[in-house]
Design a binder for this molecule. Structure first.
Ligand SMILES: Nc1ncnc2c1ncn2[C@@H]1O[C@H](COP(=O)(O)OP(=O)(O)OP(=O)(O)O)[C@@H](O)[C@H]1O
Length: 283
């Protein structure tokens, strides 16, 4: 398990994080979201052994970070937000170096990922584009089939096709029982991939829980176009020349009955948009 409790970190007088607590179980993809400067990377840097905390604690499999990083290093896969490897090294040399470090690299799997993502291992790192550098970072993070994956905006810079391939690799790791921390600004990918999430703002967790609970799966957004009247029992907000109602699924037939007394042009019924809900918290 990855367990972070009341973690706090200041850079001198500057707040990094104030109070962050999250738990990620094996077989779970956990979304870490929040605006620029919220504290996601600071949290991740402590978890990956690069920074020490001021208060609270971060643990992986019971080992305290950053102190015990060497005891869990081989079980962790990490994709940093900014990928900076050894510029003059060819990718194939880098992979050899990586195989020596992680004595548990699955060489067959390494080959599979190289083919899946289309990585040119004969190129030097400095010759690669941003997206292709990111592909090497993905490869390096996954080849030893880690038990814990820590991903800091892993899809930034990837084209949509490679993104899809990356998602399938991550889902495979989830099936293998990996505990995955996935930091991202792309709310739709958090919605699609994650079971649970935490939103950090100004260094504190302001909202967390199951993605499905957040969405309020028992309600529907009903947009009615060309309706000039108001309904007695249902409130609405005016949006793009239409009236938008949030209606509990159990009340939909009452809603339709009441609406049928009036003229309107068109109607659209959909599940609440998670992206809109997330954006409210960003503001
Ligand atoms: N080396 C540093 N020195 C001083 N302040 C820092 C340093 N690194 C981060 N900070 C500050 O800590 C806060 C949290 O930054 P952090 O990089 O953790 O946020 P983030 O959520 O990862 O942001 P983003 O989404 O922009 O990557 C910010 O206010 C940032 O300015």
């Amino acid at each position: 398990m990855i367990k972070i409790s009341n973690l706090k970190k200041y850079y001198g007088k500057n707040r990094g994080i104030e109070d962050v607590s999250i738990e990620i179980k094996e077989g779970e993809i956990f979304g870490l979201i929040g605006p620029n400067g919220a504290g996601k990377t600071t949290t991740i840097r402590i978890l990956t052994g690069f920074l020490s905390e001021d208060a609270g604690e971060a643990k992986i499999n019971g080992f305290k970070l950053p102190e015990d990083i060497n005891k869990v290093k081989k079980d962790i896969g990490y994709i940093p937000g900014e990928v900076n490897f050894y510029g003059d090294m060819k990718i194939k040399e880098f992979l050899k170096f990586n195989r020596n470090f992680y004595d548990n690299v699955d060489v067959k799997y390494e080959k599979e990922i190289i083919e899946l993502l289309g990585i040119d291992i004969n190129k030097k790192f400095k010759e690669l584009s941003l997206g292709n550098k990111k592909k090497v970072a993905i490869l390096q993070a996954l080849v030893h089939k880690p038990k814990y994956l820590i991903l800091d905006e892993p899809t930034s810079g990837l084209d949509p096709l490679v993104q899809q391939k990356f998602y399938s690799l991550i889902k495979d790791h989830k099936k293998m029982g990996c505990a995955i921390l996935f930091s991202s600004h792309i709310l739709s990918e958090i919605e699609k991939l994650c079971n649970n999430f935490a939103m950090i703002k100004e260094g504190k967790v302001i909202k967390s829980g199951a993605i499905d609970d957040l969405r309020d799966i028992s309600s529907r957004v009903i947009t009615v176009y060309g309706l000039n009247d108001t309904l007695n029992n249902f409130k609405f907000t005016e949006k793009n020349n239409a009236k938008e109602f949030l209606v509990k699924t159990k009340d939909i037939h009452f809603f339709i009955k009441e609406l049928s007394n009036f003229n309107f042009e068109d109607i659209e019924i959909k599940k609440p948009d998670l992206e809109e809900l997330f954006l409210k918290y960003y503001k």
